[in-house]
Design a protein around this ligand. Structure first.
Ligand SMILES: *Cc1c(COP(=O)(O)O)cnc(C)c1O
Length: 374
């Protein structure tokens, strides 16, 4: 089976993990500190990022750091992994979906603007397939309403927009380091933010709200700590942070290979009318996490089954989130976000990962071309 995505682990990654296992720290130690600085610097930010145990934990932590309250609203896209929305619901926030743009599948700034109310606290965009959101337009929509722009960049670490790295485009950005993503720590994630206070609240949230302040310790004793806010233990271990740092060295090569594969697929499908290749806007340098092909003749299910029968483990990203049963009681129904629904109905994610060979890509292209009768 060719999977739709998988990790690339080499000797340097293995050695990095083994050397931490042989050292003094297994969890929060020097490797976490290094990895957090490297992620911030890749995101074009000075100082630190906040590493966590998954992309889901990163979203939960980011919403926690925003201090969401019951009744607050989050405007977000239906074309995402559902955690973008559900993590805000832990704080009692209401999820307000808005439709996507037809070309990229990313949250449409105009649709987001019409979904804003006086209760909107954040607009949460997703860099679908690795293509950055229209951050300048979405920032304006959010900031005009006194809300923040959150960028769920689970797909897009090392992507850029107008030369600016993902991580520097929004007020808060979250990453996932799951094995199918662009860089892996097995399980892991990170939060970056422009505002130092918000980032500090993120750090407290992911470390159980445990505060050890040097001045207070000097006053009360070296054992002193305080708990002033609620948090969870979302600490990324040193063992996994070391894998992340090792993977970061390989990230430019991963990005180049993902672009080559995208170009090869695009060329393979360019002459076929019923197929639509992923949109790519001027100024964007995507980190292609997925290759979302769309088949417009209504035969997505048949193509999916055909490729699976030929040992190609394709995927669909995503079932529109507003159609999940958990949102039905809020009144969400099919037909409410027609662009996202049409995108999802036609979409099929072809294999996309750095170690995929040209021959394997060509085999997938041939299977798809034969299927559509080209
Ligand atoms: C993978 C993903 C997440 C969740 O990340 P995990 O590390 O799997 O918890 C969140 N949002 C998007 C868009 C994702 O693709």
């Amino acid at each position: 089976m060719l999977p739709y995505g998988r990790q690339s682990i080499d000797r340097s990654d293995i050695d990095a993990v083994v050397s931490v296992l042989q050292g003094d720290w297994l969890t929060t130690g020097p490797a976490v500190d290094t990895f957090e600085r490297e992620i911030a610097s890749l995101a074009g930010l000075s100082g630190q990022s906040v590493s966590v145990t998954s992309g889901t934990a990163a979203l939960h932590t980011a919403y926690g750091a925003m201090q969401l309250k019951p009744g607050d609203e989050i405007v977000t896209t239906p074309l995402t992994f559902f955690a973008t929305a559900t993590c805000a619901m832990w704080f009692g926030a209401k999820i307000v979906f808005a439709d996507v743009s037809e070309d990229t599948g990313n949250l449409d700034p105009e649709a987001a603007a019409s979904a804003i109310t006086s209760r909107t606290r954040a607009v949460a965009g997703v860099d679908y397939a690795g293509h950055p959101i229209d951050a300048p337009a979405l920032s304006k929509v959010a900031h005009d309403a006194g809300a923040l722009l959150l960028e769920d960049a689970a797909h897009s670490i090392a992507g850029t927009l107008d030369g600016m790295p993902v991580g520097s485009l929004a007020d808060v950005t979250t990453f996932s380091f799951f094995p199918t993503k662009n860089l892996t720590t097995a399980e892991g994630g990170a939060v970056v933010a422009r505002d130092a206070d918000l980032l500090e609240r993120a750090r407290l949230f992911k470390s159980i709200g445990y505060e050890r302040v040097p001045e207070q310790m000097a006053e009360h004793g070296g054992w002193y700590y305080e708990v002033n806010s609620l948090g969870l233990n979302y600490r990324l271990p040193d063992v996994l942070a070391a894998l992340g740092s090792s993977q970061l060295k390989r990230l430019p090569a991963f990005k180049a290979r993902r672009q080559e594969i995208t170009d090869r697929y695009n060329a393979g499908f360019a002459d076929i009318d019923v197929l639509r290749t992923p949109g790519h806007r001027a100024g964007a340098s995507p980190m292609w996490h997925l290759y979302p092909l769309r088949i417009l003749d209504g035969r997505r299910r048949a193509l999916f089954d055909h490729l699976r029968a030929n040992e190609i483990a394709v995927q669909v990203n995503y079932i529109p989130v507003h159609l999940q049963p958990i949102f039905a009681e809020q009144g969400y129904r099919p037909g409410m976000f027609p662009v996202a629904e049409a995108y999802s109905d036609a979409e099929i994610s072809l294999p996309m990962y750095p170690d995929l060979t040209d021959d394997q890509v060509d085999r997938v292209i041939d299977l798809v071309r034969t299927f559509v009768g080209a």
